[in-house]
Design a protein around this ligand. Structure first.
Ligand code: DGL
Length: 270
């Protein structure tokens, strides 16, 4: 009864942490494609092939349901995977929709027509690939009317976080927030549209100021997954054991993961 959680690297651990706390009895198999991270500077075909390969690995580990805890994969590959690649008995879900449902004050899975919502000026921080896909704006337009979104591609930030260079990561967050504020001086809300960015959430909040509501995905995805599994209990796969898999160097990835989550995490080769 395992569920798969995938990211290009370590960012999806922010989601894994939240889903494991919300669903303590569910075993999760985490796969980080650290060998090929970052995805945010790759083209859509490349992200698609890598995401399909990682998803197959998680199916092999007994996870019929796979969460793409990666906005870049959700934005650049998920729609194409759902259209013609995923077999009937498997499911792959992304991390965008729960965030947009929260931003637009909807119940999980509410697909009613778009309507006016309280927030009107939203800053989106994401990888270059997510920003250029415009997937966030598309999903938002299905649900809300008249929301002005200014997107800031945060080049370099995922590399700095993956390398554990938090001084560089902080400098990049502050300069990307400055760049955003030149385009949209007073956003009401900011979306951290990359699962690596919650590791820098305090710096984003500090740079944006206390009046900006910062949304990050981990807890929202955990709530929506709990709701999904209640409605689709048959999607719990056959796997029984929690595991951390990586395509990168297990020792190096384990050390960085342990530093991020402040608890010992042991990765094994995927
Ligand atoms: N954490 C990922 C995301 O949410 C991946 C970023 C990357 O690999 O560039 O977009």
């Amino acid at each position: 009864m395992a569920v798969g959680v995938f990211d290009s690297g370590l960012g999806g651990l922010t989601v894994l942490d939240a889903v494991s706390k919300r669903l303590p009895d569910v075993p999760f198999v985490y796969l980080g494609d650290n060998k090929h991270a970052p995805y945010g500077v790759r083209d859509a075909n490349d992200v698609y092939s890598l995401t399909c390969a990682a998803t197959e690995r998680l199916w092999d580990a007994g996870c019929d349901l796979v969460i793409l805890a990666c906005n870049t994969a959700s934005a650049a590959a998920l729609r194409r995977m759902q259209e013609n690649w995923i077999p009937r008995e498997k499911r792959v879900l992304g991390v965008f929709v729960p965030l947009i449902e929260a931003l637009t004050e909807r119940q999980w899975g509410d697909n009613s027509p778009p309507r006016e919502v309280a927030v009107q000026h939203v800053a989106l921080f994401a990888t270059p690939a997510t920003v250029s896909s415009r997937a966030f704006q598309r999903e938002l337009a299905f649900r809300a009317i008249g929301v002005d979104v200014e997107a800031q591609a945060c080049g370099g930030l995922v590399d700095a976080i993956e390398e554990g260079d938090m001084i560089l990561a902080e400098a990049l967050v502050r300069s990307h927030v400055d760049a955003l504020k030149r385009k949209m001086p007073t956003p009401q809300a900011a979306i951290l549209g990359c699962t690596h960015y919650p590791l820098m959430q305090d710096i984003f909040q500090d740079a944006l100021g206390p009046d900006v509501a910062v949304y990050s995905q981990a807890n929202l995805v955990a709530e929506s997954l709990a709701d999904y599994l209640k409605r689709h209990p048959n999607m719990m796969g056959s796997g029984e054991q929690s595991m951390f898999l990586t395509t990168g160097d297990p020792k190096r990835v384990s050390d960085h993961a342990t530093q991020f989550l402040r608890r010992r995490i042991q990765f094994e080769a995927a």
